[in-house]
Design a protein around this ligand. Sequence first.
Ligand SMILES: [Zn+2]
Length: 190
Amino acid sequence: MSEDLNARIGKSVAKVLRDYAVTGQIQFTFGKIVVDYFLFNQIGKEILDGKIQVIYSAKRKPSEKYQGHYDNQLNEFVLHAWDTMSVKGRGLLIHEAVHAINDYNKLKGILKEDDEAAAYLAHGMYLIGKGIDPYQAKGPLQAGMTVAEVMMSESRITPEANELAYLHRAIRSSPLYSSEIGTAMSYNGV
Ligand SMILES: [Zn+2]
């Protein structure tokens, strides 16, 4: 994939993250994690400044189960399914941007399941804001959407302990994360 195409995709990803109409409704905090519009905007800026690279790779190894991932060592968004226009595609960008936010904030020692809980909660807030029904999703995304729906309806920015436990259960029972459960993330900045 050419450098030029990745740069163009990066601009498009940054535009989505910096658009208040897309990320303005996503706001919450728990533990050391903070997610809000200003941080999505900052990640967009880091992409435009070249501190975070967006890499589009249509090919995916059989071992790669994700549609995308954020590599916190290389500061790269790797997208296997690139789509910055659809609700589904933007949901994926928001999910990966939360991992980038945690890296930007240099959150050391947070558990993988809290990192994913934050990503699915943001992803869920975006989809709920678009009027998608949680029952259209499954696994951790459905859990993220369900918690997001309750928090948004109550105008809360902090998940309750039982809501976090519910998110953790969904993440722990997903085959996507079985090898990483209980590991601490070592986010060192972008
Ligand atoms: Zn994730």
